[in-house]
Design a protein around this ligand. Structure first.
Ligand code: FAD
Length: 300
C-alpha cells in the first residue's frame, strides 16, 4: 500500500483516479479527483453518485500486484463485510457513461479474510477491464453486496477425489477453496479426500498463484498441483509440464488414480478448455452431474 496515501485516510464520498502524470511515492501514482482529459478509459467520476448503496459496497484497493501487462491481482477492503462461500463470485463495477458497468469475478480469498482478493485479466476493447486496470492502490471499486454462484466444493457426493482444472485466472475459485480447506482444518488430521489442481497458462508469469500452490502441495499430502505451459519455449529452464492443460488431464487423472466412480471434476476459465475437458471426462465415464463448470465468457 502507498505509505503516503493510506486507504484509511481517504475522505469518503470522493472518487479517486490514478493519473500517470504525478506520483506520490515509488510504487503508487498520485490520486486526483477526476481523470485528465484525453486519458484512455478514465472511470466516469461525475457519475459515481448513481451508485445505489443498497446494492453496492465501496471497496478500496489496499494491494495491487501486476504479474504481466495483462494480468494483475488486487485486494479490496470493502466498507462492510461481504459473506460468501469459497468458489463463489461477486460483481465488481465502475461508473461509465451514466451507468455502472459491472462484471462477475471469482473470489480468491478465503471466506474468513477481511479483504477480498481477485485475479484479473485485461481484455483489450472490453467494457470494464480497461477501466478496472486504471484503478491502483487507494482507488475505489464498487462491489455488489451479494456473492453468487454454485461452483463450490462438492461435499455431498462423498467422492474421495476432486479434480480441478483451470486456465489462467480460472484458478481463482480453486485458490479460495484450498485456502478455506487449509484454514478450517486441523493440520494433524488430513481431510478424507485428495485434491488435484491442473492449471494451464502460456508462460509461468501467468500462473498467478504458482508459488503459493506449489508450497501448499509440498506441505499437504492430500493436495497436488500441476501447472502446464502452452508456450514453454518462452520460459527457458521450465521444469514442468508443457502443452495445453487439456492434454494433461487424462495423464494425471490416471497417475493419481482418479476415476469416474470416485471423482468430482471442476472446470473453470476458458470456454474452449471447458468443452474439450468435458468431452475428455465424459469419454472416461464421468457423468455430467459430476462435472462442474464455470465459463468465464461465452464460447464454443
Ligand atoms: C462466474 C464468472 C466469474 C469470472 N471470474 C473472473 C475472474 O476471476 N477474473 C477475470 O479476469 N475474469 C473473470 N470473469 C470474466 C469477467 O466477468 C469479464 O467477462 C471479463 O473481465 C471481461 O470484461 P470486459 O467488460 O472487459 O469485457 P467485455 O466487454 O464483457 O467483453 C469483450 C469481449 O471479450 C470476451 N472476453 C471476456 N473475457 C475474456 C477473456 N478473459 N479472454 C478473452 N476474451 C474475453 C467477451 O466474450 C466479449 O466478446 C468471470 C466471468 C464469470 C461468468
Amino acid at each position: 500500500m502507498c505509505r503516503i496515501h493510506k486507504a484509511e485516510e481517504l475522505p469518503r464520498g470522493r472518487v479517486y483516479v490514478f493519473t500517470n502524470q504525478t506520483s506520490c511515492c515509488g510504487s503508487c501514482l498520485l490520486l486526483t479527483e477526476g481523470g485528465a482529459a484525453g486519458e484512455p478509459y478514465p472511470p466516469d467520476t461525475g457519475n459515481w453518485r448513481i451508485m445505489n448503496p443498497q446494492v453496492y459496497l465501496r471497496g478500496v484497493i489496499v494491494e495491487r500486484r501486476d504479474l504481466t501487462p495483462k494480468l494483475w491481482i488486487i485486494r479490496l477492503r470493502p466498507e462492510e463485510e461481504l459473506a460468501f462461500t469459497p468458489g463463489q463470485y461477486v460483481a465488481l463495477g465502475l461508473p461509465r457513461g451514466g451507468r455502472i458497468i459491472e462484471r462477475p469475478y471469482s473470489l480468491v480469498s478465503a471466506s474468513c479474510e477481511r479483504e477480498l482478493e481477485f485475479f484479473l485479466e485485461l481484455v483489450p476493447g472490453g467494457q470494464l477491464t480497461p477501466l478496472l486496470y486504471q484503478v491502483g492502490v487507494c482507488g475505489e471499486i464498487l462491489i455488489r453486496r451479494i456473492a453468487k454462484g454454485r461452483f463450490g466444493f462438492d461435499s455431498q457426493s462423498q467422492h474421495v477425489n476432486h479434480l480441478m482444472i483451470a486456465t489462467v485466472t480460472g484458478v481463482a475459485p480453486f485458490v479460495s477453496i484450498l485456502r478455506n480447506q487449509i484454514l478450517n482444518r486441523d493440520e494433524h488430521r488430513p481431510p478424507p479426500f485428495s485434491l488435484l489442481l491442473l492449471q494451464g497458462a502460456s508462460t509461468s508469469a501467468e500462473l498467478g498463484y504458482g508459488d503459493e500452490l506449489s508450497a501448499r502441495a509440498r506441505e499437504c499430502e492430500w493436495f497436488h498441483y500441476v501447472p502446464s505451459l502452452s508456450r514453454g519455449w518462452l520460459d527457458a529452464g521450465w521444469p514442468g509440464e508443457l502443452g495445453r492443460v487439456d492434454d494433461t488431464v487424462r495423464k494425471y487423472a490416471d497417475a493419481f488414480g482418479f476415476t469416474a466412480a470416485d471423482t468430482t471434476a471442476y472446470l473453470c476459465g476458458n470456454p474452449q478448455m471447458i468443452v474439450n475437458v468435458r468431452e475428455i471426462l465424459q469419454r472416461a465415464g464421468f457423468s455430467r452431474g459430476f462435472i462442474r463448470e464455470e465459463m468465464y465468457w461465452p464460447g464454443a
